[in-house]
Design a protein around this ligand. Structure first.
Ligand SMILES: C[S@@+](CC[C@H](N)C(=O)[O-])C[C@H]1O[C@@H](n2cnc3c(N)ncnc32)[C@H](O)[C@@H]1O
Length: 256
């Protein structure tokens, strides 16, 4: 119990990019109280976990136990990722925006528990942040998300020979690679231009029964929402389904 409390708090601190900022740390207890109050107010009724099959799946539980120390994603988003990883048809998996590798690790476990296939993940890692921002990306700065390491993510995914970690901004970093048809893309890049360019690359490379699972949809990331609105208006064969709490599932109707 005490060990769990300690390791949870240590992880939260390690994942915090402002962990060495004393003013930010002093404010932590206050923010915690505010978040707890917000959770009590907004999550009424609470999530009913009774008999939810994915939560009782031993492979899923084992994956969450490891991935949670390396990801910003919360439990519902990791569950959605797992479920769609099992549902899509043949083809490669792609992740754009891997940061510390937690969601990529979760995808590796999903592949190990399901259909064998390659996973390609792309992120600028410590050299990156964002290539460009627009006024709609006001929540972010160009040098956000530098607190990661290509070598560490490669090491994290090393037990999975089907996982390939690519350093650089997508899609430029994929220019000379043949990734094959894509069955599932986890698109977690937060901002307008990276979302537009990733969708433009994906549009013609999707496999039958494929899906794009996009993070930060309807979460005040106006750049992501705008990119999706423009994309679905330009290509009406794509259908966007919002998922709780803040993802979107983008499907090409002609491929289902
Ligand atoms: C919210 S983080 C990803 C979180 C991660 N999926 C997790 O499990 O915690 C967003 C990441 O996208 C990266 N990114 C932004 N633009 C990108 C692009 N064009 N190609 C690849 N990665 C990009 C950022 O550098 C950052 O590491």
């Amino acid at each position: 119990m005490v060990a769990n409390w300690f390791s949870d708090n240590l992880t939260r601190w390690q994942l915090n990019s402002r962990r060495w900022d004393p003013l930010h740390l002093l404010g932590t207890p206050l923010r915690r109280r505010r978040f707890a109050a917000e959770r009590r107010r907004l999550l009424q009724p609470p999530v009913d976990t009774g008999n939810v099959e994915v939560l009782h799946n031993p492979a899923y539980q084992a994956s969450i136990a490891q991935a949670r120390f390396h990801t910003l994603l919360d439990h519902p988003r990791l569950a959605n990722l797992w479920n769609y990883a099992q549902l899509v048809g043949p083809g490669a998996f792609l992740e754009v925006g891997s940061l510390r590798g937690g969601s990529a690790l979760h995808l590796c476990h999903a592949i190990a528990a399901g259909t064998p296939r390659p996973l390609h993940c792309f992120d600028p890692f410590e050299t990156g942040g964002f290539a460009a921002l627009t006024p709609d990306d006001e929540l972010f700065r160009l040098d956000d998300f530098l607190d990661t390491s290509y070598a560490r993510v490669r090491q994290l995914l090393a037990p999975f020979p089907f996982a390939h970690v690519h350093r650089g901004f997508f899609p430029a970093a994929a220019e000379n690679l043949n990734l094959g048809p894509i069955a599932l893309c986890h698109l977690d890049v937060d901002v307008y231009l990276a979302t537009c360019e990733s969708l433009a690359w994906l549009r013609t490379r999707l496999a039958p029964r494929s899906a794009i699972l996009i993070d930060d949809v309807n979460r005040r990331c106006r750049g992501v929402d705008r990119a999706l609105a423009e994309f679905t208006a330009a290509f009406p064969e794509f259908l966007l389904l919002p998922l709780f709490p803040s993802q979107g599932l983008l499907l090409n109707r002609n491929l289902w």
